[in-house]
Ligand binder design. Structure first.
Ligand SMILES: [Zn+2]
Length: 274
């Protein structure tokens, strides 16, 4: 696919950014992770997929959105027992995104749309959305591909399980960033017996209990990434983009507020004269 012009903030000069930011009604921030995906996919997988989807979404609503560089670290404690994983604490992850949101608001873009490539970020993002909208007055939303396209995934997936280093993620990789898929070493997930009753997140009746990922799968993968195809990945990706575009068309009508939760303080205090 040709490089979409005019949406990537980091590629612009400052004068070009001035024009893009003046036209933009929403900033799209891709967030991912640097974490193990077993032998199947690169550590950058979640970041690469989020970045590619965010660019497609921004291009589809051009010039109403700009996309920032991706945040390549997420909340990945549960993968730390596998080599290569790096994590932020949930507090640090939220703090980075709050600072970016305030920077973007200062440039006149008062709405934030996060494209999240990593399931483990969702808890922190849920809290962050509350902080942005109700404490800062910044309309905010986040999209997680496996949730917004869950129906399209269930229709097309062949593996019994999916969600990490799996058929779905490898398919998205083949469609969006083929270099992250390590075709020479693809393995099925080595799923272990459940460690705790009621702790399976796929069950409707469940108890939320954090698990290390090596308590779920011995090789860090779920499902069977050997069944991946770029066609399936493309169909999931286009579902994600179409639904994101439909959402953004209404989302940009949400007006920013001047809410200032007392503890947050006015932005000027944090920013000074710099
Ligand atoms: Zn992943």
């Amino acid at each position: 696919m040709a490089e979409e012009p005019g949406v990537e903030l980091a590629k612009m000069t400052s004068p070009q950014a001035a024009a893009a930011l003046a036209a933009a009604e929403v900033a799209i921030v891709p967030v991912g992770a640097t974490e193990q995906h077993g032998p199947n996919l690169s550590l950058e997988t979640d970041t690469a997929i989020a970045d590619a989807l965010a660019r497609r979404i921004a291009a589809a609503v051009f010039p109403r959105a700009v996309v920032t560089p991706p945040l390549p670290f997420g909340v990945s404690h549960h993968h730390l027992r596998f080599p290569g994983t790096l994590t932020l604490s949930p507090d640090t992850f939220q703090a980075v995104l709050l600072d970016l949101a305030e920077s973007l608001r200062r440039h006149g873009v008062p709405r934030l749309f996060v494209v999240d490539g990593h399931a483990g970020n969702q808890g922190a993002l849920d809290v962050l959305m509350t902080k942005l909208r109700f404490e800062r007055g910044i309309p905010a939303a986040y999209l997680f591909p496996f949730a917004i396209a869950g129906d399209a995934i269930r229709e097309g997936v062949g593996s019994e399980r999916w969600g990490h280093a799996c058929e779905v993620e490898a398919s998205l990789g083949l469609a969006l960033r083929p270099e992250i898929v390590h075709a020479e070493s693809l393995e099925a997930g080595a799923i272990l017996p459940p460690l705790l009753p009621f702790a399976d997140p796929r069950q409707p009746h469940r108890i939320a209990a954090p698990l290390w990922f090596d308590e779920i799968t011995a090789n860090g993968a779920l499902g069977d990434a050997r069944r991946a195809s770029s066609g399936f990945g493309e169909s999931v990706a286009s579902t994600v983009v179409a639904r994101a575009v439909a959402f953004l068309e209404r989302f940009v009508e949400l007006e920013p507020g001047d809410d200032r939760w007392p503890e947050a303080g006015p932005p000027s205090a944090a920013w000074g004269n710099g």
